[in-house]
Design a protein around this ligand. Structure first.
Ligand SMILES: NC(=O)c1ccc[n+]([C@@H]2O[C@H](COP(=O)([O-])OP(=O)(O)OC[C@H]3O[C@@H](n4cnc5c(N)ncnc54)[C@H](O)[C@@H]3O)[C@@H](O)[C@H]2O)c1
Length: 390
């Protein structure tokens, strides 16, 4: 049986991470992933200090910063700033970061075009080495699918279908009710990014996104998107988040059809949320009598989050700091790298074994976090919790 790469390119000497936003995704995906990958996290800030304190305690983060400004005073450009806040707060936070800082920004890149433009403008003004955290492209099943395609086993790709028919409890994220756009920018964007990372940009896109009666206060919660390409190629994204009839008919998969074969993988994370169902990946081609199952080394949460942070790491500016050991790696332009498909590297270090998220609630060895001194330059531009500028 063939084996396929499921590991992203890893930095040799990971730079320390400063976490901004201590909510659900930081706790259940970012930090467990960094723990698996042994990426050091040195500080955390949240507008809700209790969230930051609790996260620091559970994950052994030494410093709880009192503002983004204070974090910057202490750590400068020697770290990667890892943002996981509502999208409407991102540009205000970026403005406080030092010029040329390395930043990983949680998706979406703004809740509408105006916010996206503003984020881009700040990144350019401050020459930030910034990337948006579209981690589905570095999930183990996505990397394996990419490798199967790269090995020519399914021939030329003809069609990619992302189908999601699940029940998503949107009420968990109260800030979504204020979002001027929802389903595509907060969910389907992952499939659009994965598709673009595999087959590039379409020549045309047709999209429809509408409400669902289960979530009347959300702008939209089901979408149908067609990406048209030249050369006999297309991609489809079809999401429905109101399927409340149990798990039997829930669907959450990516299917890739080629001239010689096909790949299909299930993203169990979306199903029976938040407990999830099994992930699997199968593929076949003209030379196989049946579908082959590929054993997966991890899942979307948290393993995929290793890849996006690893992608930012080698791009950090300074080679020698008090916090990180010297690196001989040549720095590259993040904006350039950010626009390229991720290229998995064979033989790269494997992620360690998956542990259930619940096991991270009380990580052993967690040191009590020390609250760092208030800064003279308090971060006045950081909005209060729940405040949205849109
Ligand atoms: N797969 C994914 O990539 C994925 C999954 C879930 C959420 N997300 C994204 O992550 C972001 C956060 O989602 P979540 O589920 O953690 O939400 P959450 O509500 O659980 O947490 C958000 C946290 O950000 C804090 N916060 C708000 N404004 C802040 C500011 N200005 N500075 C510092 N902290 C601030 C809040 O106090 C809260 O603790 C959202 O943009 C969401 O789209 C991404």
């Amino acid at each position: 049986m063939s084996s396929f790469n499921q590991t992203p390119k890893m930095p040799q000497r990971p730079r320390p991470i400063c976490a901004i936003g201590a909510g659900g995704i930081m706790r259940h995906a970012h930090l467990p992933a960094y723990d698996l990958a042994e990426f050091p996290v040195v500080s955390v800030f949240d507008v809700n200090p209790e969230s930051a304190e609790s996260l620091a305690l559970d994950f052994g983060i030494k410093t709880v910063s009192e503002s983004v400004g204070h974090m910057v005073d202490q750590f400068g450009t020697d770290v990667v700033y890892d943002l996981a806040t509502p999208a409407s707060h991102v540009s205000a936070i970026l403005r406080v970061l030092p010029d040329q800082a390395s930043v990983l920004i949680q998706k979406p890149m703004g809740e509408d075009l105006a916010q996206a433009d503003e984020i881009l403008e700040v990144c350019r003004e401050k020459q930030l080495r910034a990337a948006v955290n579209f981690q589905l492209r570095t999930a183990p099943y996505s990397l394996a699918a990419r490798d199967i395609i790269a090995q020519g086993l399914i021939g030329d790709v003809l069609e990619i279908e992302a189908k999601v028919c699940v029940h998503t409890p949107w009420e968990i994220w109260d800030f979504l009710e204020l979002a001027p756009r929802m389903e595509i920018v907060y969910h389907s964007i992952h499939y659009l990014d994965l598709i673009r990372s595999l087959i590039g940009d379409p020549v045309n896109v047709k999209a429809n996104t509408i409400k669902h009666p289960l979530s009347p206060n959300l702008h939209s919660s089901r979408s149908a998107i067609i990406l048209e390409y030249n050369n006999n190629l297309r991609a489809l994204v079809n999401t429905y988040h109101g399927h409340k009839w149990g798990t039997q008919e829930q669907e959450s998969y990516i299917k890739i059809e080629g001239t010689k074969g096909a790949i299909k993988f299930q993203m169990g994370l979306n199903m029976n949320y938040p407990d999830g169902l099994e992930d699997w990946l199968i593929w076949t081609n003209d030379e196989q009598s049946d579908w082959q199952k590929v054993p997966l080394t991890g899942s979307w949460f948290p393993h995929a989050f290793i890849g996006t942070m690893a992608g930012v790491q080698p791009l950090s500016k300074s080679a020698t700091t008090a916090l990180a050991r010297p690196s001989t790696r040549k720095s590259r332009s993040l904006s350039r790298r950010g626009s390229e498909p991720v290229r998995p590297e064979k033989g790269a270090r494997s992620a360690t074994l998956w542990r259930p998220l619940s096991s991270h609630k009380n990580l052993p060895g967690g040191r009590r976090a020390s609250r760092s001194r208030p800064s003279a330059a308090e971060d006045q531009s950081t909005p209060e919790r729940g405040q949205h500028r849109a």
